[in-house]
Design a protein around this ligand. Structure first.
Ligand code: NAI
Length: 427
């Protein structure tokens, strides 16, 4: 197997790390009724017997419950992080204790270690991949194409990963089927909107100990994540400014009552800048030159390329850690611009980050687990390429959740179902 060390070989006091990791996982599991219900079913039926699942995800407590759910269903799982700063080592160590799980995830790895850990996961020769950002799929296609024949398929968690996969598919380079978990209603309407909105704002507030009320908050990108951030910032009495490049999204933000303007103008008035575009170089030198003293800069998009830190370093005459997770860049005119979490996903990579609320991840990971089950049961029905998650799987997750919440809802009557599917009924 891999030369790269597991987390258990890397942490100092592995027993106490595991104890703390299990404590975090227990709390998460108690609030994850969807995965709990699925785990019961998987334990009884062992659907993943004989499967090897390779995963690259944010290794913290909620993800750990997903990993355990798959392992309890009979899979052998090898996992690493999908971001150098988002792993909780104690949770990673707790996972690594499970006889069916090997975890290589460790916080604060450098680039070389990050990719070595991905290779370590691949050395388990996965039959299924579960990614957040597509790093596993990319590494397998680039460096281990001989494994592709034995891979049933994959599942991708986030917008940027799905975006990359679609680009790969369009180039004819994606050689196995991958489900776009991100795109399901049960994922993006909750995780991207509420999850990113709540956890990004909470992490910025906790990291800085500053208030939202009365601040000009510039939200770059009004997609699912941006909508959530804008709504929740507005709910905390901030004045929200949106920047966009897509005219309908810009119009939507305008009609929601937010100020919409180019970043070049927003740079002059913003107090807090939060990027949610999945794009690069959204905030750059020209913008930094116009910003006020003391502004906060944070990113919630997948990669650390939205705020151009090279430009900022070039402009800075001095840099220092103003607080844990806050790097201050001093300009030659004395203005200080503060970057949170090194420009990485602020809700997952800041020192105190816990990621999304447990409940929304239960939904996203419920869809992930259903996709893995679908690949095992019906994988041969999917050609290579990006696939939408079958709607009935998404509905199944919603039904489990509503049941757990004790929420009842209506059924269509036969007459209504017939009416809704007919074109003959008019005035
Ligand atoms: P989306 O595609 O729904 O929205 C992105 C928006 O940004 C689009 O409306 C697009 O027009 C706009 N945009 C692109 N370039 C821009 C630019 N230069 N200036 C202003 N606007 C621009 O994507 P979604 O789902 O909102 O995801 C955004 C990013 O957040 C992705 O990288 C995704 O992977 C990541 N993400 C992060 C999460 C977290 O926990 N922090 C959770 C879910 C997604």
């Amino acid at each position: 197997m891999a030369d790269y060390p597991t987390i258990s070989e890397q942490v100092e006091d592995v027993e106490s790390a595991r104890t703390e990791g299990h404590r975090k996982m227990d709390w998460a599991r108690e609030h994850m009724p969807i995965l709990t219900a699925m785990q019961g079913d998987f334990e009884a039926n062992q659907p993943f017997e004989g499967q090897r699942i390779g995963m690259a995800m944010h290794v913290e407590a909620k993800t750990a419950v997903l990993v355990e759910t798959l392992a309890e269903g009979g899979a052998e799982v090898a996992i690493t992080g999908c971001n150098p700063l988002s792993t909780h080592d104690d949770v990673s160590a707790a996972l690594d204790e499970h006889p069916n799980i090997t975890s290589y995830a460790k916080r604060e790895v450098d680039d070389e270690e990050y990719y070595a850990a991905i290779e370590a996961v691949i050395s388990h020769e996965p039959t299924i991949t579960v990614d957040d950002g597509m790093d596993l799929v990319a590494a397998i296609h680039e460096d281990y194409p001989e494994l592709i024949d034995s891979i049933v398929g994959g599942a991708e968690e986030t917008t940027t990963g799905v975006h990359r996969l679609r680009a790969m598919d369009e180039d004819g380079e994606l050689d196995y089927p991958v489900f776009a978990v991100n795109d399901t209603p049960m994922k993006r309407l909750f995780d991207n909107v509420h999850g990113t909105g709540e956890s990004s704002l909470a992490n910025i507030a906790m990291t800085t100990n500053l208030s939202w009320a009365g601040k000009n908050v510039v939200v770059a990108g009004y997609g699912d994540c941006g909508r959530g951030v804008a709504k929740k910032a507005s709910g905390q009495n901030a004045n929200v400014i949106v920047t966009e490049v897509e005219p309908r999204r810009a119009l939507e933000a305008h009609m929601e009552g937010y100020d919409v303007m180019p970043m070049a103008e927003a740079a002059e008035v913003g107090d807090v800048f939060l990027t949610t575009t999945g794009n690069k170089n959204v905030v750059t030198r020209d913008h930094f030159e116009k910003m006020d003293d003391g502004v906060l800069l944070a990113n919630a998009g997948h990669f650390d390329v939205e705020v151009n830190l090279d430009d900022l370093s070039d402009l800075a005459v001095n840099e220092r850690e103003a607080r844990d997770g806050v790097r201050e860049y001093e300009m030659d005119d004395g203005r200080r611009l503060n970057v949170l979490a090194e420009g990485r996903l602020v809700n997952l990579a800041s020192p105190i980050a816990l990621g999304h609320p447990v409940e929304v991840m239960d939904q996203s990971f419920g869809v992930q687990a259903a996709c893995v089950r679908e690949l095992v049961e019906n994988g041969d029905q999917y050609d290579a390429g990006v696939h939408e998650v079958p709607d009935e799987l998404d509905r199944e997750i919603a039904e489990i959740k509503l049941d757990a919440e004790g929420v009842e809802y209506d059924d269509l009557t036969d007459e209504q179902a017939e009416y809704m599917s007919s074109w003959q009924h008019g005035t």
